[in-house]
Design a protein around this ligand. Structure first.
Ligand SMILES: Cc1ncc(COP(=O)(O)O)c(C=O)c1O
Length: 380
């Protein structure tokens, strides 16, 4: 049985054109961009070209692009680097309760080890942040606000541009983890998030894993978190991974300006499955009914847990997840659902289906057919 892949928010398959774009940097052009000689200079020219292309695709200056090792690193660089830069101005940070652990755990670290104070913005039962709640938490010593564009577990979209504007008016740096929005939402330029810091992660839109970038709006210049060489405008020491960068840029150009996750049919598919789930007692759809990623369908099931549900789905050939891949495999209740006010017993029984470009209608019908039985069996 060919598996049905319904876990596109965890990762996506590298596209053949992306692989082809990476290949030259694993064979012919293997030079170190920092070397003085001609082989190094060729690699440097390629790197400069990629930075230029990334900046053109984002609509920003090349100096505002830092290539990194993925979404987690971009978030760490943004948060650790900026708070360390601005600590003399204040030690207060504001973040939403439903941020990815790459953000929340980093901020908790700053609280525990570096003397910062973190205020958490609550969300409503759909997982939405109210911009007024963010503003109400701002203090004279607030230096940074972090709110994600689209939640990875339940798909809820956030009014980040509005939050970003409020922060800018008050001189507070705004970090927006938009990792799940690229390729899934319309993209008109990196400025659309009204943020100073925006992480990007290639493997969410058919690029390679371990490849990412951080948009840093000038003149902000966070401290580096990785020390060594002067690479990436002294923001990230270490020889650049040109193949990964090639893959990221190629994937971004191909799959983000015209989103590779097509609103239709994805909305129709998740809508069809939502219909099926609404008919099953004890099953509750989670996330915002309208303001959500079209590809994402999250639900909880009374009387069982995520592990049983995912194992039974897997037996039927369906690859799904219980939320963020990082918490899959553990039975801890989803912090996102907890923040939405869901009791622990149900927050422990979350299933996330996330579809993408390679799914076909027959697969959706298959999932629709097996869901009632899978849920029944998981409860047994
Ligand atoms: C919202 C969000 N931020 C950050 C990350 C981390 O990205 P990476 O897997 O590239 O470290 C993910 C990946 O699941 C994510 O969904």
């Amino acid at each position: 049985m060919t598996p049905i892949y319904a876990d596109h928010n965890a990762t996506t398959a590298p596209d053949p054109a992306v692989r082809a774009a990476m290949e030259p940097f694993l064979s012919g052009w293997w030079g170190n961009p920092s070397s003085i000689h001609r082989i190094g200079r060729e690699a440097r020219a390629a790197l400069d070209e990629f930075r230029y292309r990334m900046a053109a695709a984002w609509g920003c200056k090349p100096s505002e692009v830092v290539f990194t090792g993925g979404g987690t690193e971009s978030n760490n660089l943004a948060l650790l680097g900026t708070t360390r830069l601005l600590r003399g101005r204040g030690r207060h940070i504001v973040a939403s309760a439903i941020e990815h652990h790459a953000v929340l755990h980093t901020l908790r670290y700053l609280e525990r080890h570096e003397g910062f104070t973190l205020s958490i913005v609550p969300v409503d039962s759909h997982g939405r942040v109210d911009p007024d709640s963010v503003v109400s938490l701002l203090r004279p010593d607030t230096i940074l606000v972090s709110v994600m564009a689209a939640n990875n577990e339940v798909g809820t979209l956030q009014p980040v541009a509005e939050i970003g504007r409020q922060c800018r008016e008050r001189g507070v740096v705004f970090h927006c983890d938009a990792v799940q929005a690229f390729g899934k939402r319309p993209f008109a330029g990196i400025g659309q998030f009204e943020a100073d810091l925006v992480p990007v992660c290639a493997h969410k839109f058919h690029g390679p894993k371990g490849a990412g970038a951080l948009y840093i709006r000038s003149p902000l210049l966070p401290h580096p978190i990785q020390h060594g060489g002067a690479q990436e405008n002294e923001r990230r020491g270490g020889t650049e991974n040109l193949a990964a960068i090639a893959g990221l840029v190629e994937a971004f150009e191909r799959f983000v300006p015209v989103p590779v996750f097509r609103e239709e049919p994805l909305r129709a598919w998740t809508g069809r499955l939502a219909e099926v789930l609404r008919g099953i007692p004890g099953v509750v759809l989670r996330g915002h009914p309208e303001e959500r990623l079209a590809n994402t369908l999250a639900f909880t099931v009374e009387g069982t847990d995520s592990i049983a549900l995912l194992a039974n789905l897997d037996l039927e050939g369906v690859c799904a997840s219980s939320g963020s891949a990082c918490t899959a495999g553990s039975v801890e209740p989803s912090h996102v659902l907890q923040a939405m006010g869901v009791p622990d017993a149900e927050a422990n029984a979350l299933v996330r289906l996330s579809f993408g470009r390679d799914n076909v209608p027959a697969e959706i019908e298959h999932v629709a057919g097996i869901l009632p039985e899978v849920i029944h069996r998981s409860r047994g």
